[in-house]
Design a protein around this ligand. Structure first.
Ligand code: EPU
Length: 422
C-alpha cells in the first residue's frame, strides 16, 4: 500500500489546472449505454473510479478504451448483459448509474445495492421511485435491485427526498426517460452542473431533455440515441481544493479552467475568511491567508455550499482566528477527517451533524489515516501547513478522485511524495 508524505511549510506559488470532472464523467459514461453507436469523450480524468466504471461497462458488454491521455472511446454496440455485480458496485457507489440506461435499453436490470459508505447511509429509494414511476417493476432480491419493464412510459414525478434532491436519482431517471415513450417531468430535481452536462450529452446524442440547472426536468422520450463526441467539464471540486490549498499555504496560486460559476459559495466563503481572490476569465487566483477569519459553513444541495468541499475548508479553518462551525446537512456524519486533524493538534469538537473548529496557531505533523476521498484531500492540505512531516496512509482513496495530486501540488512548490509503505 502507498502513502503520501508531506513536509509542511513550503510556500505554494504558480498555476495549476484541474482535470475533467469525475462526477460528470461517471454518469456520462453510463449514459453512453443509451446510444447504439460509439461515443468519444474528451477531458476524462485518469482516476480509479473511471476505471471501475469502465469495468462495469465491460461486464455489461460495452467496449471502453483510452484513445489518448484523456480521451475515451465507448462502443455500446455489444451491450448484452443486464447485471452489475456486487464485486464492482461495492467498490464504487456510482455504479448505480447504469441502472437507468440498462432499464431503458434492455427493459431489465440487476444491479447490486451499493450499501452505505464510511460517512453514513446512502439510500437509493429515490432512484427506485423514479424507475417505478416510468413503469419499471422493482424488487429487491439477495442484495440486488431487480427491474423488469414491458415498456417505459413517461410520467410526472417528484424526486425531492427528506434531505433534499438527489443528483444520482435525477440523473438515473433522466437517462431512463430519454428512451421512454412520451414525456417525463421530474419535479424536485437536483440542480448541479453535472445534471446540466448530462442533459447536454444526452441531447448531443439526439435526446430531448430540458430544464437541467433548475428543479424541474422535462424529458421527451425518443426511440433511439446515436453516437456523439463530447467534452467533460473541469472538476470544480478539484479546483476548489487547490484554491483552499493556495489560501492555506500559498503566496499566490492561480487555478486555471472554467469552473468559477460552479463554485460561487466556496469562493464567497474563502473571501469571508479574508483570502483575496481575483476571479478572471478562465482562472481564479488566490492570495495566501494562513490565519483565516473564522466562518460558519452549512452544506446544502447545489447551489449551496457543496458537502464535497467541507473537509478541505475544515483543514483551512483549523488555523483560524476564532471558532468556526461547519454543519453538513447532506451527510451529518461526514466528519471522519475531524478525528485525524486532532492528531495534528487541531481543536475540533463534534456535535450532532456539525463540528466546531477552534482555531489554533500551529499544527504539527503526524501519522494520519484517510477514510474517504475528500477527507484524504483535507489531510493532505493540513499536512502542507503542519510543522514537520505528515504521513497520510490509505491513500488509495485520493486516487479515486484526484489525478496526480502529489505532482500538481509538487509543481506549486509543496514538498510532497508518494512512497510504498514499509
Ligand atoms: N438520497 C436519498 N435517497 C436516494 C438518493 C439520495 O435519500 O435514493 C439522499 C442522500 O442520503 C443524501 C442526498 O440525498 O442526503 C444527496 O444524495 P445524492 O443522490 O445527490 O448523492 P450521490 O448522487 O450519491 C453525489 C456525488 C457525491 C456527493 C453527493 C452530494 C457522484 C458520483 N457523487 O452522490 O460525491 O457527495 O452527490 O453532493 O456524483 C465525492 O465526490 O466525494 C462524493 C461523495
Amino acid at each position: 500500500m502507498e502513502k503520501i508524505i508531506i513536509v509542511g511549510g513550503s510556500v505554494l506559488r504558480g498555476k495549476v489546472r484541474p482535470s475533467g470532472s469525475k462526477n460528470s464523467a461517471l454518469p456520462i459514461m453510463a449514459a453512453s449505454l443509451l446510444s447504439t453507436e460509439p461515443i468519444i469523450l474528451h477531458h476524462v480524468p485518469r482516476l480509479v473510479d473511471i476505471e471501475t466504471m469502465a469495468q462495469v461497462m465491460d461486464v455489461l458488454g460495452a467496449k471502453v478504451e483510452w484513445t489518448g491521455d484523456h480521451d475515451l472511446r465507448i462502443d455500446p454496440v455489444g451491450l448484452s448483459s443486464y447485471e452489475a455485480p456486487y464485486d464492482l458496485v461495492r467498490r464504487m457507489r456510482a455504479s448505480i448509474y447504469v441502472l437507468g440506461p440498462l432499464v431503458a435499453r434492455l427493459k431489465k436490470a440487476k444491479v447490486s445495492l451499493p450499501g452505505g459508505c464510511s460517512f453514513g447511509p446512502r439510500p437509493v429509494d429515490l432512484h427506485l421511485k423514479g424507475i417505478e414511476a416510468l413503469g419499471g417493476k422493482v424488487s429487491l432480491e439477495h442484495g440486488y435491485i431487480m427491474v423488469n419493464a414491458d415498456e417505459l412510459v413517461g410520467a410526472k414525478m417528484n424526486l425531492a427526498g427528506a434531505s433534499g434532491p438527489s443528483r444520482g436519482a435525477s440523473s438515473n431517471v433522466m437517462m431512463a426517460a430519454s428512451l421512454a415513450e412520451g414525456v417525463t417531468v421530474i419535479n424536485g430535481a437536483a440542480q448541479e452542473p453535472e445534471l446540466v452536462q448530462l442533459q447536454e450529452f444526452i441531447n448531443s446524442m439526439g435526446g430531448k431533455v430540458s430544464g437541467a440547472g433548475s428543479d424541474k426536468l422535462t424529458v421527451e422520450g425518443v426511440s433511439q440515441l446515436k453516437g456523439s463526441e463530447f467534452e467533460i467539464m473541469d472538476d470544480y471540486i478539484e479546483a476548489g481544493t487547490y484554491l483552499v490549498a493556495g489560501a492555506m499555504a500559498g503566496e499566490m496560486v492561480a487555478v486555471e479552467g472554467d469552473f468559477s460559476a460552479n463554485l460561487k459559495p466556496v469562493l464567497a466563503s474563502l473571501e469571508e475568511t479574508g483570502a483575496r481572490l481575483e476571479v478572471g476569465e478562465g482562472k481564479v487566483t488566490v492570495h495566501g491567508n494562513p490565519r483565516p477569519t473564522a466562518v460558519n459553513i452549512t452544506t446544502a444541495p447545489y447551489p449551496g455550499f457543496p458537502t464535497d468541499m467541507q473537509a478541505q475548508m475544515m483543514a483551512y479553518l483549523c488555523r483560524g482566528r476564532g471558532s468556526s462551525v461547519i454543519r453538513d446537512t447532506i451527510y451529518p456524519d461526514r466528519f471522519n477527517h475531524a478525528q485525524e486533524l486532532l492528531r495534528l493538534g487541531a481543536d475540533i469538537v463534534r456535535e450532532d451533524g456539525s463540528a466546531i473548529i477552534n482555531g489554533v496557531e500551529e499544527l504539527s505533523g503526524a501519522y494520519l489515516m484517510a477514510s474517504d476521498l475528500r477527507a484524504s484531500a483535507a489531510l493532505i492540505l493540513a499536512g502542507l501547513v503542519a510543522r514537520g512531516e505528515t504521513h497520510v496512509r490509505r491513500i488509495y482513496h485520493i486516487d479515486r478522485g484526484y489525478e496526480r495530486i502529489e505532482e500538481k501540488l509538487g509543481q506549486l512548490g509543496a514538498e510532497i511524495r508518494r512512497v510504498e509503505e514499509e
